[in-house]
Design a protein around this ligand. Structure first.
Ligand code: MG
Length: 157
């Protein structure tokens, strides 16, 4: 077994599409980023790479590379997981936190779990998404940013 941790934070920007956990969530602001800004998929990608001892998302998909401009983070996650799989790993489980003051994400948690499980070709029961606020504190609490965390447990098959 090997464990990996991932963290990300993105600024919220008016008029951008909000992508989180591979879902489009209706909101007046979206996450700024070189890619589509899906911080949850970025945190999971980092946790997967970390568990496999394969560096981080920036090593694999540099944000200076024009190929990844507005990239679909789901495609990046799948590409990272293909490499992790090639090293002989399977996913035991993934647990995540989304820390967002707004919008309310509770209604989307199970859809995100299903979407993430689908991208990684695992059962939905292996993915857990939790949504928290920051109790009004800091940039996240002021609705200026959304932070994400993920842990992934891999088993060598
Ligand atoms: Mg990111």
């Amino acid at each position: 077994m090997r464990i990996g941790i991932g963290y990300d934070i993105h600024l919220l920007e008016p008029g951008r599409k909000l992508m989180l956990g591979g879902l489009h969530i209706p909101n007046d602001k979206g996450l700024k980023g070189h890619s589509d800004g899906d911080g949850l998929l970025h945190a999971i990608t980092d946790a997967l790479l970390g568990a496999a001892g394969m560096g981080d998302i920036g090593d694999h998909f540099p944000d200076t590379d024009p190929n990844y401009k507005d990239a679909d983070s789901a495609v990046l996650l799948k590409a990272a997981f293909e490499q992790v799989k090639r090293r002989g790993f399977e996913i035991e489980n993934i647990d995540c936190n989304i820390i967002a003051q707004a919008p309310k994400l509770k209604p989307y948690k199970s859809q995100m779990e299903a979407r993430i499980a689908g991208l990684l070709e695992i059962e939905t029961r292996r993915v857990n998404v939790k949504a928290k606020t920051n109790e009004g504190l800091d940039a996240v609490g002021r609705k200026e940013a959304i932070a994400t965390q993920a842990v992934v447990l891999l088993r060598h098959s």
